[in-house]
Design a protein around this ligand. Structure first.
Ligand SMILES: C[S@@+](CC[C@H](N)C(=O)[O-])C[C@H]1O[C@@H](n2cnc3c(N)ncnc32)[C@H](O)[C@@H]1O
Length: 222
């Protein structure tokens, strides 16, 4: 089997044995395969909206003789499960908009869901804000660097907590951990925002204000 990427290893580290998971957008199926091999009592549904992607997952699962451990389902988001079938959702490698859309569109499927593990690299402010609005708090977060990209992985758990702008933008746990990857990510973001601000022409007032606010938050993060 292809080796699991460092990014997906971190995603996997947030999943426990005895859970009932759906791996939404499983694509190659490597995360589900890794989890089925690691845990004896995990129930896994690997799903994808794309027939070819799911076909690749099915091939990989068969190669590993794990057909009886991983169920595969073709379809969009949480459409493919009933609330009783899952207590953990994993969504990796998708944009924040798609992820939030999947969860918001199917809140009736979240009744028994205790943990949602998400790896996304776009608009993490929006992602944290909207997932916490659904009745989840941020239990843990990690950064992982893989092939020169710094990825963010977040474990949401059922419960309520209030967060301020800085926490939603940078991550409440990442701020506390304040590790070297966090510093690197913030420095990269400062450079990117400064470059964008220098290139924006007249107008775009609201966008410029948002960028300037983010720049202030990044510079005063500690
Ligand atoms: C970039 S791949 C990520 C694959 C894998 N999760 C990973 O992190 O390596 C995104 C996958 O999500 C699937 N996808 C996108 N939107 C989806 C949705 N609404 N429901 C289910 N699958 C979706 C795509 O077909 C694609 O296979």
């Amino acid at each position: 089997m292809n080796k699991l990427s460092k990014r997906l290893e971190v995603v996997a580290s947030y999943i426990n044995d005895n859970s009932k998971i759906i791996d939404i957008g499983c694509d190659h199926g490597l995360l589900s395969i890794y989890l089925a091999k690691k845990y004896n009592n995990i129930k896994i549904i690997a799903s994808d909206v794309n027939k070819n992607a799911l076909g690749t997952a099915i091939k990989n699962i068969r190669k590993e003789h794990l057909e009886d451990r991983i169920e595969t389902r073709l379809g969009r988001g949480l459409d493919v499960v009933t609330p009783e079938e899952i207590d953990t959702i994993v969504i990796a490698g998708m944009g924040a908009n798609t992820i939030v859309g999947i969860l918001k569109y199917s809140t009736d499927k979240l009744i028994n869901v205790k943990n949602i593990i998400i790896q996304s690299n776009t608009d993490l402010y929006f992602l944290r804000k909207d997932v916490t609005k659904l009745g989840y708090y941020i239990e843990d977060e990690s950064l992982v660097e893989d092939a020169n990209i710094i990825y963010t992985v977040i474990k949401f758990s059922k419960g309520k907590k209030r967060y301020n702008y800085k926490e939603l933008y940078l991550g409440p746990i990442l701020i506390k951990k304040n590790d070297s990857l966090f510093k690197k990510k913030c420095d990269k973001e400062i450079k990117t925002i400064t470059m964008i601000l220098s290139r924006i022409e007249k107008g775009h007032l609201l966008y410029k204000l948002k960028l300037k606010k983010n720049l202030r938050v990044l510079k005063n993060r500690s």
